[in-house]
Ligand binder design. Structure first.
Ligand SMILES: O=C(O)CCC(=O)C(=O)O
Length: 249
């Protein structure tokens, strides 16, 4: 069951074991295939193939990312749609159907996310605190594959204005996103906070125990109590709904 995570910020929900171990292995192998990495021996550089789905790893801010569903035009926040790969859409493990069943997107035209951003984090990599912005319906679901991590929420200092916004250095709340879990950001967590992942090799037992979902007993029983946890390669699927979609002729 998707549970609201109690804490100083409203709008976080968490569902451990959203997918099975077999689903996770299947998704990771399909992502590997569609990532299409090959080495350009002449230039000695990695080349990532685009297989007609807009997919293929791209280097972005020191880690690899790719997206499914199409490109979002920055000026108009409009999605130029491209079919998702079958393993996201029409076939096993039916992730987007499972998300639709949670009812989080019932007010959206298609009742489900239409855009998926994949981020790969190697141990020691993270993502700087940021907001997702208003191109999306303000409900974001993140599925973690391969490794857990700690997502931290940050606030702006005082009455922030668009021009002068200082981010408070200490997170206001943290969540342990276990592998195979679904984390949902909505409400104030989406609209009033920033989120990020510290670049670390290991999450200490203390850091994990501070996480609001761990304190509330919402994590899976497989999470080791009072142990440091090494980060491994993690692939996250951040699923969002873009309300404005360009009609293709
Ligand atoms: O990988 C994650 O869990 C977070 C990703 C994220 O914040 C983003 O892509 O905007």
């Amino acid at each position: 069951m998707l549970s609201a995570v109690p804490g100083p910020v409203e709008g976080l929900s968490y569902l451990p074991d959203f997918i099975s171990i077999a689903d996770e292995a299947h998704l990771l192998s399909k992502i590997e295939e569609i990532g299409g990495v090959e080495l350009d021996s002449a230039a000695g550089q990695r080349i990532y193939r685009d297989r007609g789905t807009c997919a293929g790893w791209k280097d972005l801010n020191g880690r690899r990312s790719m997206y499914f569903g199409g490109t979002i035009l920055p000026r108009t926040s409009t999605l130029v749609p491209v079919a998702m790969p079958p393993f996201m859409q029409a076939s096993y493990p039916h992730i987007l159907d499972k998300i639709a069943q949670l009812g989080l997107y019932d007010t959206c035209k298609t009742s489900r996310p239409n855009h998926v951003l994949l981020n790969e984090y190697l141990p020691g990599q993270g993502i700087a605190a940021h907001e997702d912005g208003d191109a999306y319906h303000p409900v974001v679901c993140t599925l973690s594959l391969g490794s857990g991590t700690i997502l931290e929420l940050y606030e702006y200092e005082g009455q922030a204005t668009e021009e002068a916004r200082t981010i408070l250095p200490d997170p206001i709340m943290s969540i342990y996103a276990e592998r195979r879990s679904l984390l949902v950001l909505s409400g104030a967590a989406y609209t009033a906070c920033l989120h990020g992942i510290a670049a670390r090799q290991v999450d200490s037992a203390e850091q994990i125990q501070r996480c609001a979902n761990v304190r509330a007993g919402l994590t899976s029983s497989a999470l080791p109590a009072s142990q440091d946890v090494d980060r491994r390669r993690r692939v996250s699927l951040t699923m969002r709904h873009v309300p404005k979609v360009k009609r293709l002729l």
